[in-house]
Design a protein around this ligand. Sequence first.
Ligand code: ADP
Ligand code: ZN
Ligand code: ZN
Length: 802
Amino acid sequence: MRTAFTYAVPEGFRAQVQPGSRVVVPFRKKSLVGVVVEMTAAAPEGTKIREIQKVLDLVPALTPRLLELGQWIASYYLAPIGEVFRAMLPPVTEIVLKRQIVLTEAGKALAEKLKDGSALTDLAVVEAEFLRRVLEKKGELALGTGSKLGISPEALQRLQRRGYLEIRETMQGRKRKTQHVIAWKGKEAAVKKRGEKEERIRALLETERGPLPMPQLLKLAQVSRALVERMLRDGLLDSWEEPIDPVEDPFDTGYTPPGHTLNETQESAFNAIRTRFELGEFGVQLLHGVTGSGKTEVYLRSVQDTLARGKTAIILVPEIALTLWIGRQCRAWFGARFEGVAVLHSALSDVERAQEWWRVRNGAARVVVGTRSAIFAPVENLGLVIVDEEQENSYKQEETPRYHGRDVAIMRAKLENAVALLGSATPSLETYHHAVNGKYELLTMGSRVENRNLAAVEVVDLREDFQQTHQSSPISQTLHAGIMECLSFHTQALVLINRRGYSWSVLCRSCGASVQCVNCSISMTYHKSRNRLECHYCGSIQAVPKVCPKCESKYVYFFGEGSEHLEERLRKEFPGARIARLDRDTARTKQQYQETLGAFASGALDILVGTQMLAKGHDFQRVTLVGVVSADSSLSMPDFRAAELTFQLLTQVAGRAGRGELPGRVLIQTYYPEHYAVQDAVRQDYLSFYEREVHFRRMMMYPPFTSLANVIVRDVNPENAIRWSRRLSEYFAPQDGKGVKILGPAAAPLARLKKEHRYQFLLKSPKKSVLTKILSGALAFCHAKEIPQTAVLVDMDPLTLL
Ligand code: ADP
Ligand code: ZN
Ligand code: ZN
């Protein structure tokens, strides 16, 4: 659905339907939820117009700015507008809508005067009467009762327009999760003689903690459920059901933020941000601060300043775990003083997400912390958007609409006249390029807080290691010695590897074939504990072959270490050490993830081994050694961002060491110690890396010097994929050279993925508008030539060309 459709608004809905409202409309034989984009006076000619069936929102779900933003996304990323709105809206859940009429301050004042007869007003008698009645009901009234009080929807609208009242919507899930809360009943119960356990319960519930949820009480008091139940029956305790706050996080209680006084570097960054606010206009700032320079503190102050100016703020973070951490800090900072903080991410249930979304829409939360899609949070009066770790790939949505959260954030700030603050220790090439050219304002924090040293980074040349030991182990002699040192000083080590599984390839020594996925052109990964081969792209599974599937030779061998292998190795080499692994296999749920991280943070573990999950954000104080087992696998990727990704990863990892009082050491194992991505990461010299990489990009005509679009034509039937891509090239070929360079069609680097055969066009142009024009032409062409919509995938500003 690339276009919008026209519907008639029945008389009874006129007052409610506005641009941004969600409505239920008939579409073919179904009813669908749609968004009102525009009101038109007349219907397009010659079409039969059907009627809207239902209006879901009294307050339009999308604000005018969000509608604009959605339209921009649809045209920039060539995505169907319907899909864009779906990504922006809260999930439609089985919900109960509670609508309330609430008097505004002006409405209250007027109603007071009407009561004592001192008001002069041009309101109709019923309207004035109505205001008085609402005032009597403490200024709030369920909307349903409005009509009983004899007020028409039109009159309500009028009062609303004149600012006397508001209609607020709160959403409640049909079934809210509740918990059993236990409380001490008080004096009359105290006469009974109590045992030691009962006394402990009393102390907890009466003096130490107050009413507690059952599981927490059992844990804290170390008593059995039977005892609590008996005390309930005896009337010593009271209990009730209480809704569970959906975004409550278990570590939240009693957390007070450090609230440091800003140091000089932070102060001057913050001042620059404040100065920008004072201009009161759109602007983009890049906060380039080395790891551990205290960017979070600067973010929080900026949000504080934004709130003090009566505006709202959105903070985007690259992963769910960080929403919890930053959300907790925000609640501690702003939760009490300002009305609230909302947290939005994809791991919330639909009902939870809808609740949080409407809390924001109703103005109950003025700070939003979330992942990518939180950029669509319906705050009004937006003053500041922060994008933390702006270079992270997780900001890019890899399904329709294929938008980049950071770029949408900048566009949103522009539409709302707000400030966009991008933060990073290793900014993306594009962003830094804009900062160097003055398009963005550059703020630099070059030192760590309290002048802590950056960790010392050393390269371990695996070629040398091999020459000395004549065996290839994922753990070099240097790394082994380093870990030994950690163990003897009782500090902690992080060991990083960028693949999960046991071995990432199964090869035949006889014929050289590797075992490939049946659906993808990718080799299968061996998982030892599950004793099978898995494809990390489509999830398909195969038995572990005893003989080569091609030539039946017995000489199959497993090649390339993954995290599972590394963990096994570490356990063998350091038998007494407490070791855990963190990757997508061991941390399947948020809880498992938090448990492992929690155990490490509390010192219950000596060594934590894992994938890049470990590289980001976490602030471990006792880590003195970080080992990167193989820095090369990301370098050898056939992708123009390979060097950038490697540099970012290594620098981020290095930032995990030496964050506390203890100095840190980082060991990077590699076969290419001379590569500039490794060299510059070792020196933690972003500028040097930027200069070299930008030179390469300029030579090769890659972003930021040109805009890219990737077009994939795909189908399970290889003939279709070939036929359609040939046809599409009839459209592309004549355009080549006219302000755009078009390569292809060629088999995509990932020629087969999830059973589909893939052919690729690559478009390069110094002018984005040229790309947009050609691509929308291409989509129209496909439509005319009956190439199915799902077969053509357009990726504007692709992160990878695989
Ligand atoms: P970054 O995000 O830049 O890597 P963080 O914001 O995580 O750095 O800050 C690193 C550590 O420094 C945190 O533990 C934080 O509490 C602490 N910190 C921040 N600002 C100050 C300050 N002004 N003085 C002392 N410690 C600070
Ligand atoms: Zn073979
Ligand atoms: Zn596969």
